[in-house]
Design a protein around this ligand. Structure first.
Ligand SMILES: *Cc1c(COP(=O)(O)O)cnc(C)c1O
Length: 406
């Protein structure tokens, strides 16, 4: 296999050709402004948007009137968190979230704490990345207006107990927002059964185009209101002004529809099976590797593995034709271990030896087998040069070794 293998689908995905096909007419002949009410060009564009709204709503058991189109999940999260804080700030000024959220949730919460005097509780997670429901219950007060807990984690795949979280929020009359970028269309979601009031998703994580996403905002029991972040023409029920990105929205709708088919026809199970096959092929040939995240409650696309005694960045250089992510985040000065892995209590050493493989609709068994072979060879090669790996192989317990300090 000479061409490259793409296993970084949690970062972004290839646009499905069927999505491109659905979008194309909205660049050329159907180019109207969906807000133009007085001619056919506008009606045509609006019809495309209406269909997309329906397609997105169906994936999560919502009504199409409850879908707001945005520029992506970063914006959806910002509208949900800052919009609820602004609208309900008189009722209460406490928000609850958790440590392994995407920055697009953590940063708006931090902003509200620093600039608007909100109190923000950031719940800890256990070694598998799960929050503790008792801690969530204990954290809720009469002052709490919003709980924002993601569905599936983008780095480690762990699925939070959304239904139980939704139930606790309902009991206390607290609004519940979930960032569902990694699960929308890949894990069954029902906003009614799960008690979700606000939900974010993004097209480019589901084989749709970049720069478009959606926010579900509940309209009944209770009717949720969000203060606008962008002010202008009053589009999207006043919550998100700006001329709609019609081709992008049509693409998101088609991508959502294809995901719904994929959930029904076994495509998602196939992805999970390939993911398991990859781990099986690695773990049967390599010692000292372990999965980060929850062993079973995880998204179907994600496998995050630590390879003890090797450095993730060096490892990735050993198979540069395979696109994956490492457990290190590049900051300006240095390589920092991922804050998500840190939150699980994974040591810096192991975090730096972690690789995230994330699969998509177009991942093949041939690519998985090829990847397993290449990763095993690269790990074995690096371990041959590692004194630590050699000592471990000789049965020396590394914890008993006395290191010389400089
Ligand atoms: C990708 C991602 C985001 C950001 O989505 P954009 O559409 O790129 O802004 C937010 N949260 C999670 C969990 C993600 O995976």
């Amino acid at each position: 296999m000479k061409q490259s293998v793409y296993l970084d689908n949690n970062a972004t995905t290839q646009v499905d050709p069927r999505v491109v096909e659905a979008m194309l007419p909205y660049f050329t002949t159907k180019f109207g402004n969906a807000a133009s009410r007085n001619h056919a060009f506008g009606w045509e564009a609006e019809a495309g948007v209406d269909t997309a709204r329906e397609q997105v709503a169906q994936v999560i058991g919502a009504d199409s009137k409850e879908i707001i189109f945005t520029s992506g999940a970063t914006e959806s999260n910002n509208i949900a968190i800052k919009g609820v804080a602004a609208m309900y700030g008189d009722k209460g000024r406490h928000i609850i979230t958790q440590k392994t959220e995407h920055k697009a949730v953590l940063d708006p919460c931090q902003y509200l704490a620093e600039k608007h005097g909100f109190r923000v509780t950031v719940l800890e997670v256990d070694a598998q990345g799960l929050i503790d429901l008792q801690q969530l219950r204990a954290a809720m007060t009469d002052d709490t207006v919003l709980v924002s807990i993601m569905h599936g984690n983008n780095e480690i795949g762990t699925l939070q107990p959304i239904t139980e979280i939704g139930r606790l929020c309902k009991e206390r009359g607290v609004l519940f927002h979930t960032d569902a970028c990694q699960t929308f269309g890949k894990v069954p979601i029902d906003v009614e059964a799960m008690g979700i009031d606000l939900l974010s998703c993004s097209a480019h994580k589901i084989h749709g185009p970049k720069g478009v996403g959606a926010l579900y905002v509940r309209r009944k029991r209770p009717r949720v209101r969000c203060e606008a972040v962008l002010h202008g023409g009053g589009h999207e029920r006043g919550m998100r002004s700006g001329t709609l990105n019609v081709p992008g929205i049509v693409g998101l709708g088609r991508a959502a529809e294809l995901c719904r088919e994929g959930l029904a026809n076994g495509e998602v199970q196939r992805m999970a099976q390939l993911r398991d096959r990859l781990f099986q092929r690695l773990s049967s040939r390599l010692s000292d590797i372990n999965v980060n995240g929850h062993p079973t409650a995880r998204t179907p696309s994600n496998l995050n593995v630590s390879f003890a005694f090797v450095e993730g960045e060096s490892l990735m250089m050993g198979f540069s034709e395979i696109a994956v992510s490492s457990g290190s985040a590049c900051t300006s000065a240095s390589l920092e271990p991922s804050y998500v892995l840190k939150a699980l209590g994974v040591g810096d050493e192991l975090a730096h030896s972690s690789i995230r493989f994330s699969l998509g609709r177009f991942t093949t068994q041939e690519e998985i087998d090829y990847t397993a072979d290449r990763v095993v060879a690269a790990v074995e090669h690096l371990r041959k040069m590692s004194p630590l790996a050699e000592m471990a192989a000789e049965g020396i317990d590394l914890k008993t070794v006395e290191w010389a300090h400089h």
